[in-house]
Every structure is written in C-alpha cells, then in structure tokens.
Design a protein around this ligand. Structure first.
Ligand code: OOG
Ligand code: MG
Length: 255
C-alpha cells in the first residue's frame, strides 16, 4: 500500500461521482502512485458507497482474460470487479445509453454460483460450486477520460463495470471452443470462447485465486462474468446481441 486511508476514500468518492454524474475523470496515476493493493482498497470503498445507497452485490466479473482485450487495453493480468443489482439489465430490455459516459459492449460467458465458495479451504473445487452457464453481454464504461488507464486505475474503477445482460441459463456444460458473435448495430466482432484463457472454465480458477488474495466473497446465487471473448465494440443505439454457438444468445436495445 502506498496511499493513505484518506486518499483511498477520496479517490473512491471521485470515481463514484464520475459514474453518478456521468462525467469522466483523469487517470489516478496523473496525481497519485497507487499500487494494486491500493487499487483493490479503492474498489472496495467505491462498492461500499454504492451499498450505502441500497445497491446489493449480485456477482463478480473478470477482466483481461483474453489476449484481444489485453492487447486492446495494454494490460496483461486478470482483474476482478463486483456486479451490483443496479447494473443488471433484463435480457432483451431497452437501455438508456445516456446514463453512461462512453459505453462499450463485450460478449461474455456467465456462470452461476450454486454454493458459497470456501476461500480459506485449500481443497475448494470452484467448478463444483457452479451449476449453470449462460450467454451474456457486459457493458463497460471506464470512468477515465478516453478509456485511458493504468492497471491500478482500472482495478480502482471496479474494472469499468457498468451493466450486464444474462441470457437464458442452462445446466452447467462445457463451453470449450464455441464460436462467439457480438453484433452492435452494423458492427460485428467474431471470436471463440477459447480466447478466454484457453477455456472459460479457467476464468473460474483465476477468480478463486484473486478472490482468495483480495478477500472477495463468492456467494451462492451470484453471477460470474468470465471476461470478454473479443475486443469491445462501442455501444450505439439499436440492438446489441451476443450469440454463443450451442449455448444461446443475450440481447439488449440501446436508445
Ligand atoms: C476493463 C474491463 C475489461 C473484460 O472482459 O476483459 C473486461 C476495460 O477494458 O475497460 O471487462
Ligand atoms: Mg468484461
């Protein structure tokens, strides 16, 4: 840790205001030397501000689990953020894009936790704590100007989490090597679930590792977003859809 408790609170407040006022903010590293421990502490303080407004934690998300995303953003280590009920968008629902700063869509795989994950038990098998899988869309909306951030910056900003749509759940099955298609209006990104650490199930193992180190609780009923399979596409009004071969699709309508 390099930052004081006051700095951590202030930076969490700054990122929270950027989100609620829909106004971007410069990279924290322009003025502060935050390390990753500071960054996760800022993220926790930010989530506490949201919880104080009545939001509930409903899941977690991974970021930078694919080479395409790492290359797009210049960061090369898996990151974890929290999902709250305020970020949830029903499958097929209309979404007012005006509530975001500069939103982008990502095609994702969602897993559902069926049991609490015992972080302190070295024998914990996270795969046995998951009972369902679904196609999903993540809306990312970095609070930083021009999506310009360092690794600690993006962790502090709750890994750009802003919204997510989960399509129909199905009982857990392997999602290895499925083709992935993200459509945003006339734009498309094509990829494979293999882009997610070779197999999205590895994202669960990576999550367990980060959750243990960062003391992020993983509870029954929570949703886990395994990370984007392709680079993100800027959200525009109209239909956005993520299709995963053999698994189904999730969609939303921006306006
Ligand atoms: C950070 C979030 C990355 C993913 O799926 O890789 C992410 C960002 O690119 O703003 O959610
Ligand atoms: Mg994502």
């Amino acid at each position: 840790m390099t930052l004081s408790a006051t700095d951590i609170k202030e930076l969490a407040q700054r990122l929270d205001s950027a989100q609620t006022l829909c106004a971007d903010t410069p990279s924290l590293s322009d003025t502060h030397e935050a390390d990753l421990d500071d960054a996760y502490a800022i993220q926790s303080a930010l989530i506490e501000l949201r919880q104080a407004r009545g939001e509930q934690i409903v899941g977690v998300k991974l970021g930078f689990t694919s080479k395409a995303k790492m290359a797009q953003m210049g960061v090369s280590e898996v990151i974890v953020g929290r999902l709250t009920d305020a970020m949830r968008i029903a499958d097929g629902a209309e979404v007012d894009l005006g509530r975001f700063i500069h939103p982008k869509a990502e095609p994702e795989i969602a897993y559902r936790l069926s049991r609490d994950v015992a972080l302190d038990d070295p024998a914990t098998d996270i795969e046995s704590c998951v009972d369902a899988v679904a196609p999903a869309i993540e809306i990312i909306d970095s609070r930083y100007r021009n999506f310009r951030f360092t690794h600690p910056d993006v962790v502090a900003d709750n890994t750009s989490a802003a919204g997510y749509v989960v399509g129909p759940w199905r009982s857990l099955e392997s999602v290895t090597n499925r083709s992935v298609q993200l459509t945003v209006g006339s734009k498309q990104a094509l990829g494979s679930t293999a882009a997610i650490l070779g197999d999205p199930v590895r994202a669960l193992h990576a999550l367990l590792d980060v959750a243990r180190r960062r003391r992020i609780p993983l509870r029954a009923g929570q949703t886990v977003l395994a990370g984007a399979a392709t680079a993100a596409i800027e959200l525009t009004p109209g239909v956005t859809e993520c299709q995963i071969a053999g698994i189904g699709s999730a969609s939303m309508k921006g306006r």
